[in-house]
Design a protein around this ligand. Structure first.
Ligand code: ADP
Length: 318
């Protein structure tokens, strides 16, 4: 058998560990492996590299992705997908492992339908993929954000300030709520929950009257109003407030143990499925166990928010 592996969509720490696991698992099972560069673009352009055990040496601890990643508009329509199928046939590929997010899985579903079995592995810092409890890169991103906010907290404390910190997550607030809990933030503002700036300001003023001098408010990227929130809280409370957008620092860095192990387990499972000729599945975690699910079913799932943690944050913030 011969399989390909690609990374697509936004990058995430741990993607390299997944590429390594796919490559080494395939070699162990006697398969040939190619690395497809820059997502689906590399498939359409024939930009592929033969991989051996050494190709993936020394990458498990590195952030980013050695296969590069990109978006590929051509792959969004059927002509692009059929061109991809033709390329697979020319290269003798019996299947592809696609490491990415929901968008990348749609491409994998289309290519599977066209006759090339594809297996998705969830790789995104946002943890916004419903079919899995955990996505590769999430732990590293949260830890990076937590460390950054710890540093911001030092200076907020020294200057009696309120720091409003925007963290990534696209439309999802998973990074935001966990980072907020981990840094002891006074509030967390996400799209999943209604928020009331007057109420947050009232709680700040009350605690200020009791001697509290500095505040951390975590805002999820999807809210899109970090500057407005900062100015409004300053106007309502009289506490000098500063906005910080953490940005892409959260996407980089050496992956944590959790991300490396998750990537290794999912990579191995993906190759096991392709070995059996199975495609159109996404691998993920449910209650700590690796499992797989049909891609269409995966895309139609809805992920619950961390309501319990949100509630605990509210009750322990002041
Ligand atoms: P992510 O995988 O992180 O969600 P994107 O949504 O940008 O990132 O998708 C990555 C790539 O997957 C796109 O550039 C495109 O090549 C492919 N893709 C996205 N949506 C579809 C679709 N509906 N059909 C086929 N391919 C798609």
């Amino acid at each position: 058998m011969k399989i390909g592996v690609l990374t697509s969509g936004g990058d995430a720490p741990g993607m390299n560990a997944a590429v390594r696991a796919v490559c080494r698992s395939a070699l162990y099972k006697g398969m040939e492996v190619v690395g497809i560069m820059r997502g689906y673009n590399g498939l359409l352009n024939g930009e592929v590299i033969e991989m051996n055990a050494k190709t993936v040496s020394g990458i498990i601890q590195r952030g980013g992705t050695c296969l590069y990643t990109a978006r590929c508009n051509e792959f969004r329509n059927m002509d692009g997908v059929l061109k991809g199928k033709k390329k697979c046939e020319e290269m003798g590929l019996d299947g592809i492992v696609v490491i990415g997010g929901d968008g990348s899985f749609r491409g994998a579903a289309d290519l599977s339908k066209a006759g090339i079995p594809c297996i998705g592995i969830p790789g995104t810092i946002d943890n916004d993929i419903a079919c899995t409890d955990y996505t590769i890169g999430y732990d590293t991103a949260m830890n990076t954000a937590m460390e950054m906010v710890d540093k911001i907290k030092d200076t907020a404390q020294s200057h009696d300030r309120c720091s409003v910190v925007e963290v990534m997550g696209r439309k999802a607030g998973y990074i935001a709520i966990n980072v907020a809990a981990a840094v002891g933030a006074e509030a967390c503002i996400t799209l999943e929950k209604d928020y009331d700036l007057d109420e947050i300001a009232r709680r700040m003023i009350e605690s200020k009257a009791q001697g509290k001098t500095h505040f951390i408010i975590i805002v999820a990227e999807g809210i899109g109003k970090t500057d407005y929130i900062t100015k409004t809280l300053q106007d309502l409370t009289g506490v000098e407030s500063r906005a910080t957008v953490l940005g892409h620092v959260q996407r980089g860095g050496s992956p944590t143990l959790r991300d490396r192990v998750a990537a290794t387990r999912l990579g191995y499972h993906a190759v096991e499925l392709l070995e059996q000729g199975i495609g159109n599945r996404v691998c993920g975690f449910r209650k700590g166990e690796v499992y797989d699910v049909d891609i269409q079913e995966a895309l139609s799932m809805k992920k619950p928010f961390e309501d319990e943690l949100y509630d605990i944050l509210y009750k322990t913030a002041f």
